[in-house]
Design a protein around this ligand. Structure first.
Ligand SMILES: [Zn+2]
Length: 226
């Protein structure tokens, strides 16, 4: 573990060559979502319980190794080769690995017929002790953060963030305190993706990650210390 570990926000490669989505086909298999042990507020979406029956929607040329979609709650799908690489190389932070059953593949944009459908597994990223460094991040909150445990309050925008030094304990995939909607990955994860050519993932350095649906722009810089 180096001192200057870089982290990345994990996103789907929408419009990419392996753009794929899934739809959960079981209407009633949501479990409870996580609540903050201190303030009791919900900090994440409901759990997605087995059986994981899905329809895949193929927007790219071929099926992706990383697939998200409605009905997945706090989980997503990874292909068998992704799961094997992840486990063989000893990466951490993904839980579950429940087999998913693909009932149908539907092509949504022009392209070749979908080839063989790989086996997929439903996985859930862990909630980490790693915490967003609020003072060194550019985040607009709806209200100031009050709970020191979950450090969550509603979000208006993100224009880059970093993690508080010393809070990360080495997970390769996780949701950080303060931004439980984000999936953050390590350098080791980024190397795995590159070395195995895993598809439908975009890794954005957290310092450069922008989420600004209301187009508010970056928050004003804090006043310099005098
Ligand atoms: Zn809390």
């Amino acid at each position: 573990m180096t001192l200057s570990q870089h982290f990345f926000e994990l996103e789907e490669d929408t419009w990419g060559t392996h753009d794929t989505q899934f739809w959960g086909l079981e209407p009633d298999n949501s479990g409870e979502g996580p609540d903050c042990p201190r303030c009791g507020e919900p900090i994440g979406p409901l759990a997605w319980l087995p059986p994981h029956r899905v329809r895949l929607e193929l927007y790219g040329q071929g099926l992706g190794d990383f697939v998200r979609g409605p009905g997945g709650g706090n989980s997503f799908l990874i292909s068998e080769r992704f799961a094997e690489a992840f486990r063989t190389e000893g990466l951490t932070g993904l839980l579950g690995f429940h087999p998913a059953e693909v009932l149908r593949v539907q092509r949504k944009r022009k392209g070749p017929k979908p080839g063989a459908v790989p086996r997929y597994f439903a996985v859930t990223p862990c909630y980490s002790r790693a915490a967003v460094d609020e003072a060194h991040s550019r985040i607009r909150r709806v209200e100031p953060v009050t709970c020191p445990e979950c450090r969550y309050s509603g979000l208006d925008s993100i224009h880059g963030y970093t993690l508080e030094p010393g809070t990360w304990s080495g997970e390769d995939v996780f949701r950080p305190r303060g931004l439980p909607g984000s999936i953050v990955v390590s350098e080791r994860f980024a190397e795995l993706v590159q070395r195995h050519g895993l598809t439908n993932m975009k890794l954005i350095p957290t310092e450069e990650f922008v989420w600004d649906p209301l187009r508010l722009g970056p928050p004003p810089a804090p006043a310099p210390c005098v």
